[in-house]
Structure formats: structure tokens, C-alpha cells
Design a protein around this ligand. Structure first.
Ligand code: GLN
Length: 451
């Protein structure tokens, strides 16, 4: 049914970069057989899942939205893929994304933009617009995304879906093509909070192949949803993310959701995180710095594209000819920015200062979590904007991430849950909850209470 749905709508939505119908049907048939033979399978066995193209798959191409990896079929599976396959989920394709996960609109994909199923002239968010659009348009019931500065939560906000960024280290990054290694996390996208929780339980947990993977024993996220109860829970409204710069219809739905939680027994308090003012500036130095280093491996020798300059040339000539053609404008912008921020003479002024701000943001969160069990804000300042509206203005695009990037700087988990449509434009709005590191279950509790 989902493959039929993809065939019917994906020409317009363009959520997928690659599908493999025969492979998916064969996988599903094998699971049906195991079930028929009486084997007891995971509750998600047989459920289709769309995979953001930043995650490597040994049976489908992986491009990370870039020309430089066009046609590359990785020789191995990401750990999350190994876990999904073991639980019997059925991968049905790879989803579109901003090139190397750099963006908030999926317009930086080398393969053309994805369209928001609610209004095809609008953006589906980014960088994981394909995963969110696939779920919102019923092309897939579940998807995987990656979140470096909001790429799971902001697409969820603009498409009326649920998106979760787990605690840093909670889900293995082995086999996720790195954008900014100290910020990246893989996480679930779904239509309900319970669906995300079930998927989180499958993909989470320690992985010896990821040196930043936590060794914690995790509680069941699905149980947290099923037993959702916010009585006495202190919910802190982040004052810096409530008001100025936020669309009226977004704030209206946000406040209504707070009323629902208060009626269910939660205690709503105000908290202030003064350093958030500098979070975007710090993020847009740290992220490009790490990205410039991570993207150095795309050198025309080890992966994908190779362009030979006319008349031959040195190894360096081949590398630069390949990177010139293989990377899009946003990737080049960030490589240059990051290389500059890391260069001798500028390192302390830019990268060093940004790291100090990162520490201040972390301390602000520590203080705020002394006053509240979870923090809350709208997930993004506006509903889905029009395709093309911000492509000529990188700063406007970056400012969109104000509410989502602080969680990545601090390594804490966040969830975006749909809370209805904005009055002025009829487009989806999401509410974001943040919890202290390792307390992802709190997000499923509070998200579950809203469902
Ligand atoms: N929009 C942010 C950026 O462009 C977030 C990206 C992400 O989370 N991958 O960097």
C-alpha cells in the first residue's frame, strides 16, 4: 500500500531519492513467512520505514543529497540499519535532504527540492524534509532522520509530524555520514508519539563502534508514552523563545497546548536562558568548522565522483575539479567558513569564542533544569515558508533554527509534537520539549500526554 502511495504522490512531493520496490516486497514477504511459521516478532516487524539518505545502506545508494556521492552504494550498513533489519522493519527507500544535511528547507539538495504535502509550494523543512514529507503524505508510517541543529524537529514542525532528537550518544552514529560530529544525532520521525517511541526503543542503545555512544541502560520510551502522566511535572517556558520574532498563529497554538498540559496537572513556570541570544552565532561557527573537516574525505579518490581536469593535472587538480563540480553552493559556503574559523590567527577569535558560548548555553540549561523538569518552546518561529523565499538569504535561513540548535549545543534530547494549524495560514505548528541529557523518557511522557 505504501509503495502504491509513493507511486501515486511522490512525483509531486519528491520525498524519495531512491526506492527499491522489489527489494522491499521481498523483505516484507520473508517477514510474513516467519510470522506464519509461528515466530514471535517485534511489534514493528513488517512495518515500512523511510531512511534519510545520510544513513548508509548496503543495498541501496547513499548520496547525502550530494552530487559528489551520486550512485555510491556503501559497502556496509549503519548500526541503526542493522538494528532495524533485526527487528524486521522494512526499508522502503532513501529520502531527500539538504546536501550533507546543511539547511532548513531541503532546497539545498543536489536532486531538487521536496515539497510540503500540506501545500506543494512550501518547504517541508530541512535538512530532513524528505523523511518528514514521506510520513506526512502517508508514503511511509515511520522514517529516520538526523538532527545537527534541528533537522528532525523543524521538518516535523512544518509537516505536522512527530520528530525526536535523542540525547547525544543515545543512538549510534556509526554509518551516519558526519556533518558536525559533536552535534549530530539520528532519531525517529512518525505520525504519533508512540510510534516514535517504539522506533526509538529499536534504534537506541550502546554501540561499541561509536566512541561517543553512551553505555546507559535505557528505559522503554514506549512505556513512557503509554503511562503518560504530567501531574506535578514542572514545565519551563523558555522566555527567550516566546514572543518576539514568532508568528502569531504559532504562539496561539503553543499557548493552547500549554493550557492543555496545565489542565492535566502540569505546573507551568517561566525560565530564562540568557545565552540563547548567542547560540545561532556559536552554532554557525562550530558546525561549519566540524563540517569542513568531515567533508575533507570527499577527495575524488575514496568515494563517488571523480572529475579529471581537461589535459590532466596533479592529484590536487583532480581533487579541486571534483569538489568544484561535486559540492553545491551551501556546502562550499560552509567549508570556506569553517576552514576560515579554524585557521591559525583566527582560531581563538572565532572557533574558541564559539566553544565558550557553547559552555555558557550548557550552563544555562543546567540552571534551567534546576527549576523545571522539561523546557518548552515553539519548535520554530514560523510555519512552512514558500519554496525560494529564503534561498538567496543564508542569514534568514539560519535564523529559522533559533529554537532547535540550543539542544544540539548542549547535547540534550528534544521532541517536536504537532499541536494543530496556525489560524492565519492553515499550516501545521509544532511544540518542542527539551529534557536533561539521558532523560529522553520525559519527552515521551509529556508528548504522550498531548496526544
Ligand atoms: N538547519 C540547520 C543547519 O542548516 C540544521 C541542520 C541539521 O540539523 N542537519 O545547519
Amino acid at each position: 500500500a505504501h509503495l502504491d502511495r509513493i507511486a501515486a504522490v511522490d512525483g509531486e512531493v519528491h520525498a524519495f531519492l531512491h526506492t527499491a520496490p522489489d527489494l522491499s516486497l521481498a523483505t516484507a514477504a520473508a517477514i510474513d513467512q516467519r510470522r506464519a511459521a509461528g515466530e514471535s516478532l517485534h511489534p514493528l516487524a513488517g512495518v515500512p520505514i523511510a531512511i534519510k539518505d545520510v544513513i548508509v545502506t548496503n543495498d541501496m545508494p547513499t548520496t547525502s543529497g550530494s552530487r559528489i556521492l551520486e550512485g555510491w552504494i556503501p559497502p556496509y550498513d549503519a548500526t541503526v540499519m542493522t538494528k532495524l533489519r533485526a527487528a524486521g522493519l522494512v526499508p522502503i527507500g532513501k529520502t531527500n535532504m539538504d546536501e550533507f544535511a546543511m539547511g532548513s528547507s531541503t532546497e539545498h539538495s543536489a536532486y531538487g527540492p521536496t515539497h510540503n504535502p500540506w501545500d506543494l509550494e512550501r518547504i517541508p523543512g530541512g535538512s530532513g524534509g524528505g523523511s518528514a514529507a514521506a510520513v506526512a503524505s502517508f508514503e511511509a508510517p515511520l522514517a529516520l532522520g538526523s538532527d545537527t541543529g534541528g533537522s528532525i524537529r523543524q521538518p516535523a514542525h512544518v509537516t505536522g509530524t512527530v520528530g525526536v532528537k535523542p540525547t547525544y550518544g543515545g543512538v549510534s552514529r556509526y554509518g551516519a555520514i558526519a556533518l558536525a560530529s559533536s552535534l549530530d544525532q539520528i532519531g525517529p520521525v512518525s505520525r504519533t508519539v508512540l510510534d516514535s517511541a517504539l522506533l526509538h526503543d529499536v534504534i537506541g542503545g550502546h554501540d561499541p563502534r561509536d566512541s561517543t555512544s553512551l553505555t546507559d541502560e535505557w528505559p522503554s520510551m514506549a512505556d513512557a508514552v503509554r503511562r503518560a502522566d504530567v501531574k506535578g511535572l514542572r514545565i519551563g517556558v523558555i522566555s527567550q523563545l516566546d514572543g518576539q520574532g514568532f508568528q502569531t498563529g504559532v504562539l496561539e497554538r503553543f499557548r493552547e497546548a500549554l493550557d492543555v498540559l496545565a489542565a492535566a496537572g502540569a505546573e507551568i513556570v517561566d525560565v530564562s536562558l540568557p545565552s540563547l541570544e548567542y547560540a545561532i552565532a556559536a552554532y554557525y561557527l562550530i558546525m561549519p568548522a566540524e563540517a569542513s573537516s568531515n567533508l575533507a574525505k570527499f577527495d575524488s579518490v575514496r568515494f563517488g565522483l571523480r572529475v579529471n581536469p581537461p589535459g590532466g593535472g596533479t592529484v590536487e587538480d583532480v581533487m579541486s575539479a571534483t569538489r568544484e563540480v561535486g559540492f553545491g553552493a551551501e556546502a562550499k559556503r560552509r567549508i570556506i567558513l569553517g576552514t576560515y574559523a579554524l585557521s591559525a590567527g583566527y582560531y581563538d577569535a572565532y572557533y574558541g569564542s564559539a566553544q565558550k558560548v557553547r559552555t555558557l548555553v550548557q550552563r544555562d540549561f543546567e540552571a534551567a533544569f534546576g527549576q523545571a523538569d522539561v523546557l518548552v518552546s515553539p519548535t520554530a518561529p514560523t510555519t512552512a515558508f514558500k519554496l525560494g523565499q529564503n534561498t538567496g538569504d543564508p542569514m534568514a535561513m539560519y535564523l529559522n533554527d533559533i529554537a532547535t540548535i540550543p539542544a544540539n549545543l548542549a547535547g540534550i534530547p528534544g521532541i517536536s509534537v504537532p499541536v494543530g494549524l496556525a489560524r492565519e495560514d492553515g499550516l501545521p505548528v509544532g511544540i518542542q520539549f527539551l529534557a536533561p541529557a539521558r532523560h529522553d523518557a520525559r519527552l515521551y511522557n509529556v508528548g504522550g500526554a498531548l496526544e
